[in-house]
Ligand binder design. Structure first.
Ligand SMILES: Nc1ncnc2c1ncn2[C@@H]1O[C@H](COP(=O)(O)OP(=O)(O)OP(=O)(O)O)[C@@H](O)[C@H]1O
Ligand SMILES: [Mg+2]
Length: 293
């Protein structure tokens, strides 16, 4: 991989590094990580020597076509899969197994046990991990339910909620654990377009308020530009780093704008013009971009 890609490109760290100032260690370091699935017949390589770093309060997006290993990378950060090469460090500690400092929100909102009410669902990980006693857990659960606008549904059962509401419960449940990093794998993919947009908006509002650190997986270029402040572009299977770009200037208000559309097209070229001559960095006109060839 291109050496420049190994340093940060879109956060203050890069500027500090350019000025040769000492930089604090990144919160999450993914270093040369290859991930494989072994079946009795063959070995499937899902990612090849992927590196990136995430700082506190980053909204870092993994973007790439279906099958490029986004979910596999997320599972490795969560500690469910061990890299066959390279390593993952969270706050300086090597990730070896799942832990309450990394909470995953998946696409399927049926991850909420149907026999528990909304508040019981939010309290459950806090109690199961012995993070808090019942009273404190309930207090914290109410706090995060309020943040996602579901206070009045605390005693409802999941089957009585809409898809968007279930998504909010899953987010409240994850944030209530106050993880070091929140991992989201296409969390809004199953929702209709309008609800998806609303959830993106709410997620950004929540981030403004709580400033959590987010690792977000999507294969939607538009969603990546809206949700992320930095985007890692992965090539098709096996996933390799194509580029890392800075996207903090975009939010939902940018949608449909000329600049936004142009950026989306540039990302599309970066992701899919593999067979053609490498695109020159200046042609892409991102202010802060590093391309791996
Ligand atoms: N349990 C598994 N056993 C074997 N191969 C797998 C397994 N899970 C995923 N793979 C393979 O690993 C590669 C990466 O899969 P992964 O699910 O991480 O892709 P993805 O980028 O998340 O795709 P999508 O956008 O469709 O969710 C694919 O080629 C897939 O077929
Ligand atoms: Mg996936």
């Amino acid at each position: 991989m291109n050496a420049v890609l190994q340093s940060h490109t879109a956060s203050n760290r890069s500027h500090a590094q350019e000025a040769n100032q000492p930089t604090a260690e990144a919160l999450l370091q993914v270093q040369g990580v290859s991930l494989e699935y072994r079946t009795p017949e063959r070995v499937v390589r899902a990612t090849h020597q992927v590196s990136f770093e995430i700082d506190p309060a980053d909204r870092f997006v993994l973007l790439g076509p279906s099958g490029c290993g986004k979910s596999t990378l997320l599972k490795a950060v969560a500690g469910f899969i061990t890299p066959s090469e390279g390593q993952i460090r969270l706050a300086g500690q090597q990730v070896k197994e799942p832990g309450p400092d990394r909470i995953v929100v998946f696409q399927e909102f049926d991850q909420l046990p149907p026999w528990k009410t909304v508040i019981e669902n939010v309290m459950f990980p806090l109690l199961a991990s012995r993070t808090l006693k019942r009273r404190e857990a309930e207090e914290r659960a109410r706090h995060y339910l309020e943040k996602v606008g579901l206070s009045t549904f605390a005693n409802a059962y999941p089957h009585t909620l809409s898809g968007g509401m279930k998504a909010r419960v899953a987010i409240a449940r994850a944030l209530a654990m106050q993880p070091k990093i929140l991992l989201m794998d296409e969390p809004f993919a199953a929702l209709d377009a309008l609800t998806r947009r609303k959830m993106q908006e709410e997620l950004l509002e929540l981030w403004e308020e709580v400033r959590f650190t987010l690792l977000f997986v999507t294969h939607s270029i538009e969603e990546a530009l809206v949700v992320g402040n930095r985007i890692l572009l992965l090539s098709p299977h096996p996933g390799r780093v194509r580029a890392e770009i800075n996207s903090h200037q975009y939010d939902l208000k940018s949608l449909g704008g000329v600049d936004f559309q142009a950026s989306a097209q540039r990302i599309h070229r970066l992701l899919f013009d593999e067979g053609e001559a490498p695109v020159a960095e200046q042609d892409l006109r991102f202010q802060d971009i590093r391309i791996a060839y």
